[in-house]
Every structure is written in C-alpha cells, then in structure tokens.
Design a protein around this ligand. Structure first.
Ligand SMILES: CC(C)(COP(=O)(O)OP(=O)(O)OC[C@H]1O[C@@H](n2cnc3c(N)ncnc32)[C@H](O)[C@@H]1OP(=O)(O)O)[C@@H](O)C(=O)NCCC(=O)NCCS
Length: 136
C-alpha cells in the first residue's frame, strides 16, 4: 500500500489533470476536457487520489438520493494500478451508498471479476445513445 497517496472529495479538478488521467487509460473522454471537467464538477460524489500534484485515480458517481446510483468513472493510472487504490475508492463508494436500492456500473466484460468483489453482478444489458460531436 502506497502511504503517500492522499484522497480528496473535491469536485473542482483541473481539466488538464483530468485529461491526463483519462488519457493514461486510453479513454476517449480525455479528448473533451471541458465536458469532462463539467461532468466531474456536477457529479453527486467524487473521490480522487493524489500523489503530491499528480492526479493518479478517481471514482465518480451520480445518484437520485434514494434508489439509484451510477458509477460514472473509476480509473487508476497504470503505474499505480494493483496497489489497492481502486479498492479504497470502491469501498468508500460502497459505504457512502449503503442502503440504496441499486448500485450500477457499465464496464467492459474483463472487469466483471473486479466488480464482483464489491457485490456487483451482471443483470440485463446496458444501452447507449452516444454523442461526442463537440467539446463545450
Ligand atoms: C480496474 C481498476 C480501476 C482497478 O484498480 P486497481 O487500483 O488496479 O485495483 P486494486 O489494486 O484495488 O485491485 C484489487 C484486486 O483486484 C484485482 N484486479 C485488478 N484489476 C482487475 C481486473 N481487471 N479483473 C479482475 N481483478 C482485478 C487485483 O489484482 C487485486 O487483487 P488482489 O487483492 O488479489 O491482489 C484499474 O485497473 C483501472 O483503472 N483500469 C483502467 C480503467 C478501467 O477499466 N476502469 C474500470 C471500468 S469502469
């Protein structure tokens, strides 16, 4: 476990740092830094992980206050993966949203085992209607 990591629940995060984090795992969202910053700022819940000034991981979610909560992002920079940081973020998320009717995540099939660890099970399908034409 890396003891220099600091966890913050601020929603206002520099867009360059966000884009760099999202680029590190190859996510298209990084190409839309303004939308990304807006999305994080307007999330219901955000915990980010920092090594000094380096944004190394983040979880975000949106919720309706009672029944549904969606994890919108969970990502750790490759250099910091498999050190338990994702688990710290997920455990914090699960604690925060204990008692909600549905905790929901859309992810790739190779992450099934990972989310199983936190009580998630495949149930139905996810459908998207995407629009990535513009950044704000
Ligand atoms: C998935 C991800 C968030 C995991 O974060 P992490 O900090 O590396 O995970 P942890 O170190 O907390 O891993 C905890 C355990 O899960 C295992 N694990 C990690 N990634 C896994 C995966 N994809 N599938 C199954 N198990 C996995 C680890 O080996 C570890 O096992 P151990 O406790 O037996 O040692 C991280 O790999 C990541 O950011 N990936 C790219 C972005 C992504 O795909 N995000 C999820 C989709 S929304």
């Amino acid at each position: 476990m890396n003891e220099n990591i600091v966890y913050k629940n601020e929603k206002e995060i520099d867009k360059t740092k966000l884009a760099e984090l999202f680029t590190s795992v190859g996510w298209k969202t990084a190409e839309y830094p303004n939308r990304l910053q807006h999305a994080i700022k307007n999330s219901s819940y955000v915990i980010s992980a920092w090594n000094n000034d380096d944004l190394i991981g983040l979880i975000s979610a949106i919720d309706d206050g009672a029944i549904n909560v969606f994890i919108t992002y969970l990502l750790i920079k490759p250099k910091y993966q498999k050190q338990g940081i994702g688990t710290i973020l997920m455990k914090d998320f699960c604690k925060k949203y204990e008692g909600f009717g549905r905790r929901i995540v859309s992810t790739e099939l190779d992450k099934e085992d990972y989310y199983n660890r936190f009580g998630f099970k495949i149930d139905g399908i996810v459908m998207f209607n995407k629009d990535w034409k513009n950044d704000f």
